[in-house]
Design a protein around this ligand. Structure first.
Ligand code: CTP
Ligand code: CA
Length: 231
């Protein structure tokens, strides 16, 4: 028991994460998604566990990942992810959203495989917005007496810090991890990362290394050395 729930600076804390991509199906065999592998999120999950936290990961479809020691809730779509997160975020001490949630889904999902060339083959897909899991979670806990520390990730290709700061404000976060996904050794599928952590209070910290090193450093900075809840 000591080994499982014992020591570490995050002992007794509940950390909830999202990780991986989502899939938005247009028929039973086709979907819209993105290249996220969930590596950064899983690195954070294991780092939080090794710091003593009780960790739940709401995880989109990824390949084989190390699940030991974690409570993993497997989901497919953005809607599934939103439902599972909203059911849990009220009880968390920290919520870290690393998932690459698809921003759109097809408006309708055909019940059978759409056949090419057949009458009724769509010439264009109509897309609708998916729920913003992080923004909805933030709204849900806003009025709580003791609300979780809220941390987002911002995947950007230009004006990285400006876009990240904007997301931090817009989604009511305590901190955001800005990720220039075009930088060498950063972004989707790599084993390394290079990020800038921005806090609501105005602190800024550059971190780089393996995704495991960066994960550990993010948690040390945001949850251990100066727990950064804004209220
Ligand atoms: N996020 C989420 N649900 C969504 C979209 C994003 O929970 N439907 C979360 C991500 O997990 C991340 C943060 O919001 O923590 C920022 O995601 P990002 O895709 O960078 O930003 P968006 O707000 O979706 O804006 P855009 O993609 O237009 O830059
Ligand atoms: Ca997005």
């Amino acid at each position: 028991v000591a080994a499982r729930f014992g020591a570490g600076p995050l002992a007794g804390k509940r950390v909830l994460l999202t990780a991986g991509p989502t899939r938005e199906f247009l028929d039973p065999v086709r979907f819209i998604s993105n290249p996220s592998t969930g590596k950064m999120g899983m690195a954070l999950a294991h780092a939080a566990r090794s710091l003593g936290a009780e960790v739940t990961v709401v995880l989109g479809p990824v390949g084989t990942v190390e699940r030991g020691g974690l409570d993993i809730v497997d989901v497919v779509s953005a809607d599934d992810m939103a439902r599972e997160v909203l059911a849990r975020v009220g009880n968390a001490d920290a919520f870290i959203a690393t998932a690459a949630v698809s921003d759109w889904r097809p408006e309708t999902r055909a019940p059978q495989k759409v056949k090419k060339g057949a009458a009724g083959t769509p010439e264009a897909l109509t897309l609708v917005r998916t729920p913003d899991v992080l923004a909805e979670a933030s709204r849900k806990v806003a009025a709580q007496a003791k609300r979780p520390v809220l941390v987002g990730f911002a995947a950007e290709t230009e004006r990285v810090l400006e876009h990240a700061r904007d997301k931090l404000e817009r989604k009511g976060l305590d901190a955001i991890v800005a990720n220039d996904v075009t930088a060498p050794g950063a972004g989707f599928g790599t084993d390394t990362n290079q990020v800038t952590v921005l806090t609501r209070a105005g602190a800024q910290r550059e971190l780089q290394g393996s995704k495991h090193e960066v994960a550990r450093a993010i948690l040390e900075f945001l949850l251990v050395s100066a727990p950064s809840r804004a209220n």
